[in-house]
Design a binder for this molecule. Structure first.
Ligand code: ARG
Length: 396
């Protein structure tokens, strides 16, 4: 049997791949795998229904808990923002999706994979990297990339081949969703100066609909992991959903950025990442309380590199593991609580506390004599000595 494992979301790209598997690539058995990383329930069932209509051997893999615990939470510990603004929400789901597809392939004994990624994006690199790392001899086909089809051509192909799709010439947004974020691309959103219309947002309230009174939220962390919201302990998946709801209803989590893709393309991206923004904001505030200045400065560099690797899909890369070890060590003291205020799209930290706080009231207070101010005089005399010497030379 010549079988192929198709990584299947049920969307346009992967659905048009199905007839191609037999007609153009000569496979005689199609195994479709949909990995549930928190996309809408309807998408998961719709994918299964479409698969049934095509008669594929279909698997739905529920990876939500694993995604929350082993992918989203490490992103929190790393404050992972690609280029300072994108919480790598689509990026970190790809390795897990590929991993689950490999598991299914091993179970059914398939040696070929297909995915619906185009040749312009990052996902082809992320997915193929994982598949090749785990199964170096796998055959990988990418019909969307090989056929170089435009979106309009795909829709036409789907019509001719009777492939059920949701897209039409009017419904033009390309959407990718998981627990950690929602990415909206396509149509006029590609133009960097086109203001996103309100209709693209599903998870976050606009400033006008958001409540007129601020909401206070307390997040508790243990070893860098969020463990409770407003005093209620939750498992990672439940906690992410709670953060999602609280931030979303207050309009927090909208992101509009220019993004440099791995192959160099500069693209405009819109995201809704309510849970990520809420948890990152709280986590960073706690690190600021418990870290030394050197730790804060150095971890910023490590975090940025971690985010680059996560964006690049290099989830099982030696440097990524090295950085994980560093980050985990720093998180031993990231325990405590952060109080946030959410209001009409804005989020601010209004308090933080930790048994590991390096803040010392007695030393910092204006009303204390513990630090003898007279010691400041000698400090000032030594301070900037080399810069002062250099300045003297310039004058001369
Ligand atoms: N640019 C984002 C990334 O590479 C998201 C891409 C997927 N989005 C989509 N609507 N298909 O991580």
């Amino acid at each position: 049997m010549n079988q192929v494992v198709l990584i299947y979301s049920g969307g346009l790209d992967t659905s048009v791949c199905i007839p191609m598997m037999t007609e153009d690539y000569g496979f005689d058995h199609i195994v479709t795998v949909t990995v549930d990383v928190g996309q809408p329930e309807e998408d998961i069932t719709m994918a299964a229904e479409k698969a049934a209509r095509f008669g594929t051997e279909h698997y739905t893999v529920d990876a939500k808990d694993e995604f929350a615990r082993d992918y989203c939470f490490p992103a929190v510990r790393a404050n992972a923002m690609y280029q300072g603004g994108y919480p790598v929400s689509t990026s970190i789901a790809r390795p897990l999706i590929a991993l689950k597809a490999v598991e299914v392939a091993q179970k059914v004994g398939a040696k070929a994979f297909a995915h619906g990624c185009t040749g312009k994006g990052n996902d082809q690199l992320r997915i193929e990297f994982i598949v090749r790392t785990l199964l170096p001899d796998a055959r990988i086909v990418a019909p969307m990339r090989e056929k170089n089809m435009t979106r309009t051509e795909e829709i036409e192909y789907a019509r001719v081949k009777n492939v059920p799709i949701g897209q039409s010439a009017e419904k033009i947004w390309s959407i990718d969703e998981n627990l950690w974020g929602r990415s909206i691309e396509g149509g006029r959103l590609e133009e960097p100066d086109f203001a996103p219309p309100e209709e693209i947002f599903r998870w976050t309230a606009g400033p006008q609909e958001a409540p007129n009174t601020p909401e206070t939220v307390v997040v508790r962390f243990e070893n860098g992991n969020p463990v409770a919201i407003n005093g209620k302990s939750m498992d990672p998946l439940t906690l992410i959903r709670e953060a999602h709801n609280l931030a979303g209803k207050n309009g927090v989590g909208r992101i509009d950025v220019m993004e440099d893709r791995m192959l160099g393309l500069k693209v405009r991206e819109n995201y809704e990442c309510p849970a990520a923004i809420l948890l990152y904001t709280a986590h960073a505030a706690l690190e600021a309380l418990v870290f030394t200045k050197d730790e804060r400065d150095f971890k910023r560099v490590v975090d940025a590199k971690w985010a680059d690797l996560a964006y690049a899909g290099l989830w099982i890369d030696p440097l990524k593991h090295d950085l994980d070890a560093f980050i985990d060590k720093t998180q031993e003291r990231v325990t405590g609580e952060v109080i946030l205020r959410l209001f009409k799209g804005g989020i601010s930290v209004i308090g933080r506390r930790s048994p590991f706080a390096l803040y010392n009231e007695d030393l910092a207070s204006f009303d204390s004599k513990t630090w003898d101010q007279r010691d400041g005089e000698a400090l000032c005399k030594a301070y900037g000595m080399q810069a002062r010497m250099a300045a003297q030379l310039n004058i001369g």
